[in-house]
Design a protein around this ligand. Structure first.
Ligand code: FE2
Length: 275
């Protein structure tokens, strides 16, 4: 079968586009089959040694070069020749989650989306602090930036086994006509993510052991502190918030907490893990 690469990766500025729109490259195959889309491993948005000494090149060689790559390759094998080929990653996540009865490909789809989002949450340098509207909303919804940091670190440290901690924009119940939003912290096991609940991710930290073991061994709290203090790209988080504001109103409305808690809103903490 003749194979021809027909375009380069569809990749806008990473902090402005959800990974679901940047995670694939068109590949044209001239055969009796129609054109199909095949996922490619997105390049890192920084050099492999750019995060030293906070996250080592060695960690990135394994984490991005082997683990993330394996999720992409496995997902391609699982959806090849099916109606799922060509579907956006976020759609694969939602469809594959299947209301908790996860499909075979869900774990790899979730892990590809989550890792793309994770890399784009990071920037080289020694860390900054949020400012402007993002800082104001963090202070409004958590009491202070320091309180947000403490809660985020706590969520990441207490996620049992493998998983993720997130800052998300959580809209009111989808049935509420005028959706208001607030910032909340969530943690998800294994490959799950806030997309499947209809929440809008703004920031994530990977707390699978493969994310930190080479640099920190079993000291997950040290990895989390380093990530929060030195690696978060607050510019990316602020840009994601601006995108979220297109569908959610973050004005200071007095929405009772139970209005935000409607519907199914918790993640099953399964023990299943894979690598
Ligand atoms: Fe990971």
């Amino acid at each position: 079968m003749a194979t021809l690469q027909c375009s380069s990766a569809i990749r806008a500025a990473p902090w402005l586009s959800p990974p679901s729109f940047s995670a694939r490259t068109r590949k044209c195959r001239f055969s009796y089959r129609p054109i199909v889309m095949e996922l490619q491993l997105n390049p890192l948005p920084f050099d492999m040694d750019a995060l030293e000494p906070h996250m080592s090149k060695r960690t990135l060689e394994f984490h991005w070069g082997k683990h993330h790559r394996a999720y992409v390759n496995n997902l391609n094998k699982q959806i090849a020749g099916t109606d799922l080929e060509g579907m956006q990653l976020d759609e694969l996540c939602k469809l594959g989650y299947n209301n908790g009865n996860t499909t075979a490909y869900f774990n790899n789809a979730g892990q590809v989306w989550n890792h793309d989002f994770f890399w784009e949450s990071i920037q080289p340098g020694d860390g900054k602090k949020p400012s402007g509207e993002l800082l104001r909303l963090l202070e409004r919804d958590f009491g202070s930036f320091e309180a947000f940091v403490a809660e985020f670190k706590q969520a990441a440290a207490t996620q049992f086994g493998s998983g993720w901690a997130w800052l998300v924009a959580k809209p009111t119940d989808p049935l509420v006509e005028s959706k208001h939003g607030k910032l909340v912290i969530e943690k998800t096991p294994n490959a799950t993510n806030p997309l499947i609940l209809g929440h809008i991710p703004l920031l994530t930290i990977d707390v699978w052991e493969h994310a930190y073991y080479l640099d920190f061994q079993n000291r997950r709290p040290d990895y989390i502190s380093t990530f929060v203090d030195k690696l978060i790209s607050w510019d990316t988080v602020a840009a994601r918030l601006e995108q979220a504001k297109e569908s959610v109103d973050f004005s200071d409305a007095n929405i009772p907490d139970d209005e935000f808690e409607k519907g199914w809103n918790t993640f099953p903490n399964t023990e299943d893990e894979w690598d």
